[in-house]
Design a protein around this ligand. Structure first.
Ligand code: NAP
Ligand code: MG
Length: 402
């Protein structure tokens, strides 16, 4: 008897090597056990090109409607790929489109396995990074100043009234200048999503900003977080978790000597840096999961890595690759678990938990792909191919289910 699914999970297919892992996963690890109820969107580059990228927005709308999606990695084309693949244009990043539509925050969490020790000795539990994905230097205005002159910042109220002018710098020599902005609504929904995630996971919440220097701009982040945490004070107490408001440099210093197990809310740029630090610090991109959460509680699960193009090119030549399927499998288990929780379907949750255990035990038994073999302790003599590790996971899963 297969496990039933009461409501659809939005399935978003993608490109290259991860598309291959995707199909293998469904065929070998999901379909034999679950009566899959999926709403399928093909976000492969060719499908996005054919639909003038309409399929991407349709997928985002489907997540909004059904509440949970699972996404395969996709190519973000550049001008070179437009020429090479004969595309109509360089379509924007699907992740950017979906994130903007859902107003979501991305949480990245590493998967821990015993034989891949973190680079930092104190780390025992995963560190989740939440990156505020709006504004700051990512929507900046900047300019090289090559001749002497004065730079000011002018705010002109739409409703009329006196414009306000802030003096930036009087240039007597060449230089460079930049203006950035953020929105109160965006910072507030970021704070709320982080708080909800912390409460759900039962982990402490950190915010690190530099408001000793940027008292107004960074100070807004600290103040809005303080207000939002204050509103949920009782929930924090009930969950037995703490909110820590830190200076960013203190947060960085503490993060490497803490045992982990906290959620770190980062401004846009710091989140970009810290998510890469945490990913490599925990061993491999192949072990990094990612979930997009919207303020109204919609979820999209995926691997943090891309389509692993270098491996795909070897695959096309007929070579066996040693691509790590772990993060992609955990995208599926994350989506199935959340679907099961929302639908009050414990069988689906239990299946996802069993599949995660099968993956972790397989790696811990010494069957691991090249990315992990390189950093494993005890060392792994021979890296397994994608086919071999999928075989081993399938075998273990069958043993658990029967
Ligand atoms: P990538 O696909 O993450 O791969 C970069 C390198 O990291 C790989 O060549 C491989 O190193 C290693 N790696 C990543 N995932 C691995 C895995 N599962 N198993 C083993 N090794 C793994 O990044 P990229 O090559 O920069 O980008 C490729 C495409 O993915 C681009 O079109 C990019 O736009 C897209 N992308 C999509 C997403 C997304 O959809 N979320 C995210 C990032 C990038 P070795 O070659 O040394 O083995
Ligand atoms: Mg980065």
């Amino acid at each position: 008897m297969k496990i039933e699914m009461k409501t659809p999970l939005v399935e978003i297919d993608g490109d290259e090597m991860t598309r291959i892992i995707w199909a293998m996963t469904k065929e070998r690890l999901l379909e034999p056990f679950i009566d899959l109820n999926l709403e399928y969107y093909d976000l492969s580059l060719s499908s996005r090109d054919e639909t003038d990228d309409g399929v991407t927005l349709a997928a985002a709308k489907a997540i909004k409607k059904h509440g949970v999606g699972v996404k395969c990695a996709t190519i973000t084309p550049d001008e070179a790929s437009v020429k090479e693949k004969g595309l109509k244009k360089a379509w924007p990043s699907p992740n950017g489109t979906i994130r903007a539509y859902l107003d979501g925050t991305i949480f990245r969490t590493p998967i821990l396995v015993r034989n891949v020790p973190p680079m930092m000795r104190p780390w025992k539990k995963p560190i989740t990074i939440a990156r505020h994905a709006y504004g700051d230097i990512f929507t900046n205005v900047e300019k090289v100043v090559s001749e002497p002159g004065k730079v000011t910042l002018v705010y002109t109220p739409t409703a009329g009234g006196q414009p306000e002018t802030l003096f930036v710098h009087e240039f007597n020599e060449p230089g460079v200048v930049m203006a950035v902005h953020n929105l109160e609504s965006s910072i507030r929904s970021f704070a709320r999503v982080c708080i909800a995630f912390s409460l759900e996971q039962g982990t402490n919440l950190w915010l690190g900003v530099k408001d000793t220097i940027s008292k107004t701009y960074h100070g807004r982040f600290r103040e809005i977080f303080r207000q939002e945490v204050e509103r949920r004070k009782e929930a924090f107490e009930a969950a037995g978790i703490a909110y820590e408001s830190l200076l960013i440099d203190d947060a960085v210093a503490r993060s490497v000597r803490d045992e982990g197990g906290f959620l770190w809310a980062c401004m846009n740029y710091e989140g970009d840096l810290m998510s890469d630090m945490v990913a490599s610090g925990f061993g491999s991109l192949g072990l990094m999961t990612s979930v997009l959460v919207s303020p109204d509680g919609k979820y999209e699960f995926e691997a943090a890595h891309g389509t692993v193009t270098r491996h795909y090119l070897r695959h096309l030549k007929g070579e066996k690759t040693s691509t790590n399927p772990t993060a992609t499998l955990f995208a599926w288990t994350g989506g199935l678990k959340k679907r099961g929780e929302l639908d009050d379907n414990p069988a689906l949750v239990q299946f996802a938990v069993a599949l995660e255990a099968a993956v972790i035990e397989t790696i811990e038994s010494g069957v691991a792909t090249g990315d992990l073999a390189a950093v494993s302790d005890p060392p792994i003599e021979r890296a397994s191919t994608l086919d071999e590790i999928m075989d081993a996971i399938e075998q273990r899963l069958k043993e658990k289910i029967s």
